[in-house]
Design a binder for this molecule. Structure first.
Ligand SMILES: [Zn+2]
Ligand SMILES: [Zn+2]
Length: 249
């Protein structure tokens, strides 16, 4: 399983970072985890077109996690993709998701969008990738994503307070955890109020993980990135993701 960070910025991303978007590639599938603004340009830079994407998993209905679907659809038209948008996977509780995505898409794509809602404890399979949602702690309903393929596993927390209880069982098993670090450490009250994590809080999730697993920080703002740049060293097995960072499991 290869993970490519395509968008590592929060809403109003710092220069050089697109909004939330991760590409997961396996032998038999290409899946996007969230699709914020700028995602399609990052894909095209890798010579990957929307035609090559099998599914887009959307964790919650904040625009910085799905607004890029519009640009992806426009590029799909340019490439004359016959099967895009193949599939947008979301949590089944989000009944408004389909109409929200349709509203966002260019008119010519609206009737072609396929949406799949999956519930807690359900597993959705795309090629050789198993996808599962676990609820996290954000300002609106939001889910972390557990991905498993060929005995490797990763967690994408999406937007959340640090290491939510429901995820801890999975944190102990995962090879890679992608955790948001939206706010600098001096804004812990704002993090509570907005359902996000500070840099220090995100790094603290390392204690729930296996010794050899990697914690990657993403969903950065100008302020949290500035703090991370000032750190002389990061804790062992913690990395700061940049757009186009990739990691193989
Ligand atoms: Zn966000
Ligand atoms: Zn959010």
């Amino acid at each position: 399983m290869r993970i490519v960070f395509l968008g590592t910025g929060a809403a109003g991303a710092p220069p050089g970072r697109a909004e939330s978007c991760l590409l997961v590639e396996t032998a038999r599938a290409r899946v996007l985890l969230d699709c914020g603004s700028g995602c399609s340009a990052r894909l095209e830079a890798l010579s990957i077109t929307p035609c090559d994407i099998d599914a887009i998993v959307v964790t919650h209905l904040h625009a910085d996690h799905y607004a890029g679907i519009f640009g992806l659809a426009v590029r799909a038209s340019a490439h004359a993709c016959s099967r895009f948008p193949l599939l947008i996977v979301h949590h089944s509780i989000l009944e408004e998701a389909k109409s929200e995505f349709q509203r966002l898409l260019p008119r010519s794509w609206r009737d072609r969008v396929k949406v799949a809602g999956i519930g807690d404890d359900e597993v959705y399979v795309v090629g050789d990738v198993m996808i599962r949602f676990v609820p996290v702690e954000h300002s609106i309903s939001c889910w972390g994503v557990i991905l498993e393929s060929n005995k490797s596993s990763m967690i994408y927390t999406s937007d959340t307070r640090p290491c939510p209880t429901q995820l801890q069982h999975y944190l102990a098993k995962a090879d890679l955890v992608v955790h948001e670090a939206t706010l600098p450490s001096n804004l812990s009250r704002a993090a509570i109020e907005t359902g996000h994590s500070t840099v220090t809080e995100a790094v603290s999730c390392r204690k729930f993980m296996r010794e050899d697993a990697i914690l990657a920080l993403t969903h950065l703002t100008v302020e949290s990135e500035r703090e991370l740049r000032a750190w002389r060293t990061l804790p062992r097995h913690v990395l700061v993701a940049f757009d186009h960072t990739f990691y193989s499991l």
